[in-house]
Design a protein around this ligand. Structure first.
Ligand code: FES
Length: 495
């Protein structure tokens, strides 16, 4: 079994792009080449806009290339809850956004011969409480006029007592899609740089932005942060308004199941792409060590070819943030908080960010506005932030021994009154890094699946060598021989 994304491992990287090697100027700079960044670049270049995309790694290598590959507007039993909190009309808008994204992705796939498979998707319950939730959701589908059917029993899903089907959805190969989309963007005169890491975004007196990328300066009129979570924040603390969760995905060959998601108990999710079953489970807070003891017995793990993990953010009200970072910066935009449904949400966010740049009014602006009122007194919000504070204290108060790790082992160690993370490669090479997260100072935990140091507070991730894998941080971890990490949250930068 490979510890790697099935999607990234099963499609050749057809398109390669250089890294940035000089100062440049561009009209619009997009940071991040996942679903959101490339969708935005695709739409903007259709308007002949001058667009540059910079990606810290390679295209689709982050959350987008690690998704489940489901293309659906069925994001768990959310619609009846949304009707309760934001009303029928606004919920309908949210559904329309997902439906439109699905339709457009299908159209692009068809036009450019990218494999996509039509399929119904299903929520299913194994408890009476879950069944009641599905019945409420079914009523919401009827109110929203979503094509659907309610099924009392599905024989081929173990323990299932009820299911709710959404018709006309799809599955696809997300990494293949992003590869092809990058090629379309460059044909539309967009410019893409890979392995180009942004470390700073500063507003200039002339209202343009100076972005530091691999040590070079990119001057841009508009900057779009498509980095899953904003790497700049201007004091709005967006990371505290979202919860970062991690899930584990297994690819199992020659096994078929319908596209379905269990809504109670373990929250198992299944989906078949060609003849491979993608099984998702064990949602847990990002950065908290993972235990795999809840795998269902009916899965043949000997046939498992790939295993990887993915993390994403969910906002307090379950709707994404899409729009300007703040009211003083209408040309500094971001999108985040897809609640682990980044294929349709990310594609739609890219399209809506394009509308912002083109100054086209959209009813979605207020629905997804980052400045909308949020339920700050909700238990989810309070629980998340109390837990982050606890994680911060725990990390600093717990002391680790000085014994170094064995080959292929990652371990926290204490040296010179400071906590470090040590990982030893198979050949014995040892890497010791300061695991105090440069974002806000929590102590990272080792992720055995991906061999990364993951922060339990707001989801930043680092390779065992200390390089940034995922924000909100923009700073790498220093090695043992360097000075300690500099805490640089990038949340109070100049407006
Ligand atoms: Fe915020 Fe690490 S991501 S402290």
């Amino acid at each position: 079994m490979k510890e790697a994304s099935y999607w990234i491992d099963t499609v050749n990287k057809t398109y390669q792009y250089p890294s940035i090697t000089s100062n440049i100027e561009t009209d619009i700079l997009i940071i991040g080449a996942g679903m959101t960044g490339l969708s935005c670049a695709y739409h903007l270049t259709k308007y002949n806009k001058q667009v540059t995309v910079v990606e810290a790694d390679t295209i689709g290598y982050g959350a987008s290339g690690r998704s489940t590959g489901k293309l659906t507007a069925q994001h768990g039993p959310i619609y009846h809850m949304l009707i309760e909190s934001i009303g029928l009309q606004q919920t309908k808008l949210h559904y329309q956004a997902q439906k439109q994204a699905l339709f457009e992705i299908k159209t692009i796939c068809k036009k450019h011969s990218i494999p996509i498979f039509n399929s119904d998707t299903m929520l299913y319950a194994t408890t009476l409480q879950g069944k009641q939730c599905l019945q409420d959701e079914y009523q919401a589908y009827i109110d929203l006029q979503i094509p659907c059917s309610f099924i009392d029993h599905v024989s081929h899903i173990p323990n299932c007592i009820a299911a709710l089907k959404m018709h006309g959805q799809a599955t696809f190969h997300p990494y293949h899609f992003l590869q092809e989309l990058s090629s379309i963007i460059t044909k539309q005169q967009g410019v893409i740089y890979e392995n180009s890491h942004v470390s700073q975004v500063l507003k200039q007196p002339d209202q343009t932005y100076a972005v530091t990328c691999n040590g070079y300066t990119i001057k841009a009129n508009t900057v779009i942060c498509a980095t899953q979570v904003p790497i700049i924040d201007h004091g709005h603390l967006y990371v505290t308004k979202m919860q970062c969760e991690q899930e584990h995905i297994y690819a199992i060959s020659n096994m078929m199941m319908p596209v379905c998601l269990q809504i109670d108990d373990q929250k198992y999710s299944f989906h078949t792409y060609e003849k491979t079953l993608l099984f998702v489970h064990n949602n847990h807070k990002s950065g908290i060590p993972y235990s795999s003891n809840t795998m269902p017995g009916y899965l043949d793990l000997k046939a498992c070819t790939h295993h990887w993990s993915s993390s994403d953010y969910t906002t307090i009200d379950k709707l994404p943030f899409i729009g300007p970072i703040d009211k003083n910066n209408p040309h500094l935009l971001f999108a985040s908080g897809y609640g682990k449904w980044g294929n349709t949400n990310g594609y739609f966010a890219g399209k809506l960010l394009c509308d912002y740049v083109m100054q086209q009014h959209s009813p979605y602006h207020s629905l997804y506005s980052p400045f909308r009122k949020l339920p700050y007194l909700s238990s989810a919000y309070l629980k998340e932030n109390i837990q982050n504070m606890t994680n911060f204290l725990k990390g600093h108060l717990y002391f680790f021994d000085e014994e170094l790790p064995q080959p292929l082992q990652g371990k926290k160690i204490r040296k010179n009154h400071h906590t470090y993370g040590a990982y030893r490669e198979e050949d014995g090479t040892l890497y010791i890094v300061d695991i105090t997260c440069p974002h806000l100072g929590c102590i990272c935990n080792f992720n055995e699946i991906d061999k990364t140091w993951d922060c339990p507070c707001h989801g930043s991730r680092y390779s065992y060598k200390g390089d940034v894998v995922k924000g909100p941080t923009t700073s790498k971890l220093n090695t043992y021989t360097q000075s300690c990490n500099h805490i640089d949250p990038h949340i109070f930068e100049k407006r």
